[in-house]
Design a protein around this ligand. Structure first.
Ligand code: GCO
Length: 449
């Protein structure tokens, strides 16, 4: 193979999430989020860790910005903490909260790093959860109002807007599996949450179109799991199809086609959420781009023991694994080409892709994270392959800029291009960070080197 070059103007970025990095959980007028509550409940987070301090980005953002510049990032995607802007979720606006993001945006622009903003990366104001949160319809207006407030303050300077990060995870992990805040285990609520997230997304787009300059691009970020049958049998193919329905089509179909998949409506039967007139029309608001997160595939087999889904996941023994998931680079290509064939998005960004492997600081203060470099190289090669066959892929954001609070795993899982000593808050650019910086500089890489 020769040098893999990317299209001119390809956007090389990194992405973070407010709760995972900011800390300052109760400073400067910020209200509590469902994560602030969740981490305080015994047994929820490994070792009882919280992101009260996280990596202290709220205070160290200038240092972090300098590191972004050192990596040569063209773009940075960050999320806004809703309770920092609206401590009670609605009503009184906390201007100090808006000021923080205002400074961040100006400073990014001054360094020629394009800001991409994400409105919701899981930190719902607790006051809204107290009224039922995403499970209740009032949330749709509350979210649009929040979107309007942010757009009015930052809209003149941010060219890319994302409504939600991974509605599937919010619904499933937060409200059915109970592994994320708010920690519910209720399939009925989980499905309502999914529907309300989508309607709120569509309504927020209407609001954003009114508030933002015409040139601003608006999209959503979905985590897509390409799904494969464990065996080449009709039973397993159907099992894979069902999982694809729950993980992917349940979100893609309403967003791009304005309808829920018939097989999912049938599968969920009486617990499928109530859809009000106009909802589907609202959800299918045209998207300027879709952000896709790729971490893993799912290999599924038929399993009548599993309620509703009747399928379970298989972990191929010949595969390579990280601390959390199977590593399967071709899934990146399969996902991109499938989304292109089935949904024809105008533009696509890879908005998250990354890996947690054990890497540590060596005696000379270097982090030699060879496996992350290999992961990056293998996945970027698949990204490039997808571009070659015509997927309108405009950029790649690595998850993530720096090690941080990995939700229920606490600080055990490290996904960063930058190592963080969680005691001293010292940052060290990992070898993968330097490798990525080189890719950005050359707009490509030699897969053999
Ligand atoms: C997600 C979240 C991130 C995670 C990352 C690794 O996509 O699940 O956006 O917050 O940290 O995915 O698990």
């Amino acid at each position: 193979m020769t040098f893999l070059r990317f299209p001119e103007g390809f956007v090389w970025g990194a992405i973070t999430a407010a709760y995972q990095i900011e800390g300052a959980w109760n400073e400067d007028g910020k209200g509590p989020s469902i994560w602030d509550t969740f981490v305080r409940q015994p047994g929820r987070i490994e070792r009882g860790e919280t992101a009260d301090v996280a990596v202290d980005h709220y205070h160290r953002w200038l240092e972090d910005l300098a590191l972004m510049q050192e990596l040569g990032l063209k773009a940075y995607c960050f999320s806004i903490s809703w309770p920092r802007i609206l401590p009670q979720g609605i009503g009184q606006v906390n201007l100090t909260g808006l000021d923080f993001y205002d400074r961040l945006v100006d400073s990014l622009l001054a360094k020629n790093i394009t800001p991409h903003v994400m409105l919701y990366h899981w930190d719902l104001p607790q006051a809204l959860q107290d009224r039922g949160g995403w499970g209740e319809r009032f949330i749709i207006d509350a979210y649009s109002e929040y979107a309007r407030i942010v757009a009015q303050r930052l809209g003149d300077r941010i060219p890319f807007w994302v409504t939600h990060n991974e509605p599937m995870v919010i619904s499933l992990a937060g409200n059915f599996l109970g592994e994320h805040a708010p920690g519910l285990q209720d399939p009925l609520v989980a499905l309502r949450v999914a529907h309300h997230l989508l309607v709120a997304h569509g309504q927020a787009i209407q609001v954003l179109r009114l508030e933002l300059p015409k040139t601003a691009k608006i999209g959503i970020i979905l985590n897509i799991t390409p799904t494969y049958p464990a065996n080449d049998t009709e039973e397993d193919r159907q099992a894979a199809r069902r999982y694809d329905g729950v993980a992917n089509r349940l979100f893609l179909d309403p967003l791009f086609r304005g309808e829920y998949p018939a097989d999912m409506i049938e599968m969920f039967g009486p617990i499928f959420p109530e859809i009000q007139p106009g909802d589907l029309q609202t959800i299918r608001a045209p998207l300027d781009f879709v952000g896709l997160n790729y971490y893993m595939r799912a290999v599924m087999r038929n399993d009548p023991e599993v309620m509703i889904l009747q399928a379970s996941q298989v972990y191929p023994s010949e595969s390579e694994y990280s601390q959390m998931w199977e590593i399967y680079p071709p899934g990146m290509y399969d996902m991109l080409t499938r989304i292109q064939a089935d949904y024809h998005p105008k533009e696509v960004y890879i908005t998250e892709n990354g890996v947690c492997v054990t890497d540590g600081v060596d005696f000379d203060e270097r982090v030699r994270d060879e496996r992350r470099i290999r992961y990056l190289r293998d996945h970027l090669a698949q990204v490039q392959r997808a571009i070659q066959v015509g997927v309108p892929l405009k950029g790649y954001f690595h998850w993530t800029l720096m090690d941080n609070f990995e939700w229920a795993f606490g600080y055990r899982m490290r996904f960063g291009l930058i190592y963080v000593d969680f005691t001293t808050q010292k940052r060290i650019v990992k070898d993968s960070g330097r490798w990525y910086a080189q890719v950005i500089r050359n707009n490509g890489f030699d897969p053999k080197a």
